[in-house]
Design a protein around this ligand. Structure first.
Ligand code: NAD
Length: 314
């Protein structure tokens, strides 16, 4: 598993080691993670079936060495923050496109099944309706463009080299241990510290949310039974504007609307994301289980109980 010390990867490791996914109940896991600012050793509790290899997915000898001992790759490592990709995006191409390419090449040589974890953001923005997996990729940020580049390389390795690769495109995740650069943890931590929260533009941008544990359960299903060469959308089915979400967070901590500070909109800010997830429901029986209000309340509680999880400046 690449990127296993990050937000989603560490939840997937936790679920695997806790036996939540029967097909992988005995799996031994090697996490390859560079431990960038986004990776955190604390996210991974020591376990006899877990090995952390600190390294870069662009390091071919390291990747080839680990691949030789693997039966399955789940690839989550990436530069993931849209705002950082606006400030400077070469690292996004390096890790997300070239890093994925290195992994695909190594997996193809070794004949290893590969799950490539992508994002709904590769489709761009949609005013009405929802994207199915056949929609064109029209990314708008350097982050989503780099993820789309990786998706297309995965497709090419399936078509050209016959690699058994499955691509997943998930909606926004939330839950414990997400880096405070992302909207929900940023807002919760600011509110708990008595600070204001920075809401982009008019706050009417709509996102579809999925609890990270539901995402990980979907990834396990795809890893077990997803068809090679196919793409699966993984949506939470719960859409809400950033303004409405902000109100829910204010309510959760008992704060007033004067704690919201409007800030200039993000350049190229996508208006709405919405996935049609009927393929993964029909083929693999996946449905989200954690209702948003319940998952959000538990997430706020986690941040309240773990004020020191991230560094002091986060
Ligand atoms: P994250 O930023 O929390 O974690 C990324 C991890 O990758 C970190 O542990 C980091 O150290 C590691 N990493 C970065 N560059 C690396 C490199 N060159 N070599 C090795 N490791 C490296 O990200 P996340 O939110 O957990 O997202 C995981 C994956 O899921 C990403 O591919 C992302 O695009 C995708 N995704 C995320 C969301 C979301 O809402 N968070 C939604 C859909 C898809």
């Amino acid at each position: 598993m690449t990127g296993g010390a990050g937000f989603i990867g560490s939840h997937f490791v936790e679920g695997l080691l806790a036996g939540r996914y029967p097909a992988f109940a005995e799996a031994r896991i090697t996490v390859l993670d560079k431990l960038t600012y986004a990776g955190n050793r604390r996210n991974l509790s020591p376990h006899p079936r877990l090995n952390l290899a600190v390294g870069d997915i662009l390091d071919r000898p390291v990747v080839d060495g680990l691949m030789a001992a693997a039966d399955l790759v789940v690839h989550l490592a990436a530069e993931t923050h849209v705002d950082r990709s606006i400030a400077g995006s070469v690292e996004f191409s390096r890790t997300n496109v070239v890093g994925t390419h290195v992994l695909l090449e190594s997996a193809a040589r070794a004949g290893i099944r590969f799950v490539h974890v992508s994002t709904d953001e590769v489709y761009g923005s949609i005013a009405h309706g929802s994207w199915d997996e056949k929609q064109p990729l029209l990314p708008n940020s350097p982050y989503s463009a780099s993820k789309a580049g990786a998706d297309l390389m995965a497709r090419a390795y399936a078509r050209t080299h016959g690699l058994d690769v499955v691509v997943t495109r998930c909606s926004n995740n939330y839950g414990p241990r997400q880096h405070p650069e992302k909207l929900i943890p940023r807002f919760v931590l600011n509110l708990l510290r008595g600070q204001t929260v920075p809401l982009y533009g008019d706050g009417l941008n709509v996102r579809e949310w999925l609890h990270v544990e539901d995402h990980c359960r979907a990834l396990a299903l795809v890893a077990e039974r997803g068809r090679g060469g196919q793409t699966y959308n993984i949506g939470g089915g719960f859409e809400i504007s950033n303004r409405e979400l902000t109100q829910m967070l204010l309510d959760a901590v008992g704060a007033d609307a004067d704690r919201v500070a409007s800030v200039p909109d993000r350049p190229g800010h996508d208006a709405r994301y919405s996935l049609d997830s009927s393929k993964i429901t029909d083929e693999l029986g996946f449905r989200p289980r954690i209702p948003f209000a319940q998952g959000l309340a538990a997430t706020v509680a986690w941040y309240r109980e773990h004020p020191d999880w991230f560094t002091a400046d986060s």
